[in-house]
Design a protein around this ligand. Structure first.
Ligand code: NAI
Length: 500
């Protein structure tokens, strides 16, 4: 993509006094080059004082053997300019390749993913005319750490990481965003009825931070009913904050019900860096056909302009885009016979937005969006460390003998926990207690969690765990991993098993 510099016309010349900024630009894969070209064309016509340095990332780099999809020169450019506008990237199937999107978000510390989901009723058909939701998704943690294992023939696992500093930052960001944009309510959605330690922490931190924003209503919903309500009554939501995985799903649902996933833009914000992209992926099914809707990337680019201090240009572009939609000039994804007037391809849509620069919408509200808040390092306070005590260990074993009878495994392990420091308390299989007193109906795999605890109220040294593992090894038990059981200031740092 050639660099776009701002040749500002006299009549429109509100930007002429502004300093030009340079931004890294990745065109993306699939429909990426088409929607990126459309977006840049509109920004250029609007006289945005932005210069782009195009970087090569994604599919072509993966094919050349760069398993992250981001070569060194691209990293240098991103780190130099600290702002990236990115088209969607195709993540190759198969292990060995890492998602470039996840890598960028995590390596650059872009912890907040903000996805505005607004209905454009009556201009774009939507069942939800009053929807105007900001989804704030945590971007760095959760199952997206990509730490996965297979340690037995039958079972695979994925590690879910939720931290206190990570939760504090994203939840504070959601409340700051709500305050800055004059929003009334922040809803937190988690699955903490099941994941009591990880999502439980996120929910607890939400309650703590909400107390510092008494002017904003705080609500918590379990994600299943929360998603159902979002699909049915999205007008009841204002700002929504979630951990990573459920936020990924929820924000696609929310973007789609505004009218099309092609309308959603997203901002990824960190303390010193930001990346702007569309919500949707690279849509290989329509790549090269000149039918993709460039709106998601265009709206992301408007947020980028606000981020670099060019709010007036952003407003002009958004207004021209709204006027275009009001004229019934729609791309195929939002085109409805009898409702839309023209079906435009990607390039023609971009041309029409350019023609509409300087006009204000009549039906839709003119753009008045304000900038996103900047993330503050002070949102990660240093805390006193709690007192941490080792009170037991979960030993996971691969056991496929004796007809997989839990009693056989239980008796063997109990005999090995014989030095008065650790007792075998229970065995679970996929989280269900199978020893002692399991039910014969429970279906067991080859993956067993065996919980050893110090005698009541006691704690142990690591040496007790090492000694136990030594005895297990000598007895031919295939232990595949351990998880230590700690208390923190006396509070258990682990989920109690059923019946414990
Ligand atoms: P997708 O979002 O690319 O496509 C889903 C459906 O929406 C398709 O029918 C597509 O044609 C349609 N669609 C998407 N964007 C559109 C637009 N702008 N205009 C009109 N229609 C549009 O999701 P999919 O198919 O699951 O993923 C394709 C690839 O994109 C995968 O390799 C995936 O990993 C990648 N992806 C990349 C993302 C990113 O770069 N941030 C985000 C999500 C997926």
């Amino acid at each position: 993509m050639s660099a776009v510099v701002s040749p500002v016309s006299e009549s429109e010349g509100i930007q002429a006094r502004q300093q030009s900024v340079t931004v890294a630009l990745a065109e993306g894969d699939g429909i990426g080059p088409e929607i990126t070209a459309a977006t840049c064309r509109i920004l250029e016509a609007a006289g945005a004082p932005v210069r782009f340095e195009t970087i090569a990332v994604g599919e072509a780099c993966y094919r050349q053997g760069v398993t992250s999809g981001i070569p060194g020169e691209a990293w240098d450019a991103i780190r130099r300019h600290r702002v990236l506008l990115k088209g969607p990237i195709t993540t190759p199937q198969g292990s060995g390749y890492k998602s470039l999107n996840v890598t960028l978000r995590k390596a650059l510390g872009l912890f907040a993913n903000v996805r505005p989901c607004r209905s454009l009723h009556p201009v774009v058909a939507s069942r939800h005319p009053d929807m105007d939701v900001l989804i704030v998704r945590e971007n760095e943690e959760d199952t997206y750490a990509g730490i996965e294992h297979r340690q037995t023939a039958e079972v695979t696992q994925c590690l879910k990481l939720i931290s206190r500093p990570g939760s504090e930052r994203i939840i504070r960001y959601a409340f700051e965003l709500a305050r800055l944009q004059g929003r009334k309510k922040v809803t937190c959605m988690t699955k903490d009825n099941i994941m009591k330690v990880t999502d439980g922490l996120f929910h607890r931190v939400f309650n703590e931070i909400a107390a510092a924003y008494p002017d904003i209503e705080a609500q918590h919903l379990i994600i299943d009913i929360g998603t159902a309500l979002m699909a049915d009554r999205p007008e009841e939501f204002d700002v929504v904050v979630t951990p990573n995985l459920v936020g990924d799903i929820l924000s696609d649902v929310a973007a789609q019900i505004t009218g099309s996933v092609g309308l959603g833009g997203s901002a990824n914000i960190g303390e010193g860096c930001a990346m702007f992209e569309a919500v949707h992926g690279s849509a290989p099914d329509i790549a090269g056909a000149d039918v993709a809707n460039p709106s998601g990337l265009l709206l992301a680019a408007c947020d980028m302009l606000r981020y670099v201090g060019q709010a007036e240009t952003a407003q002009r572009v958004e207004n021209a885009w709204r006027v275009t939609l009001e004229q019934g000039a729609h791309t195929a994804d939002i085109h409805r016979p009898g409702h839309s007037r023209e079906k435009l391809g990607t390039r023609a849509f971009a041309r029409r937005v350019c023609q509409n620069l300087g006009h204000r919408p009549e039906t839709l509200e003119a753009s008045g969006a304000v900038a996103l808040p900047r993330a503050e390092a002070s949102w990660r306070p240093i805390r006193n460390k709690p007192e941490k005590r080792l009170v037991g260990v979960d030993v996971f074993v691969d056991f496929d003998e004796a007809g997989r009878a839990p009693a056989a495994l239980g008796e063997r392990l109990r005999a090995l926990a014989c030095d008065d420091t650790l007792d075998l308390r229970l065995i679970t299989n996929r989280g269900v207690k199978v020893w002692p007193d399991g039910l014969p109906e429970t279906c067991c795999t080859d993956h067993w969690r065996c919980r050893f605890r110090a005698p009541e109220g006691g704690f142990i040294a690591h040496a007790a765990v090492v000694a136990l593992l030594g005895r297990l090894e000598r007895a031919g038990i295939d232990f595949i991993k351990t998880e230590h059981l700690y208390t923190f200031d006396g509070e258990p740092g682990f989920a109690l098993a059923q019946g414990e």
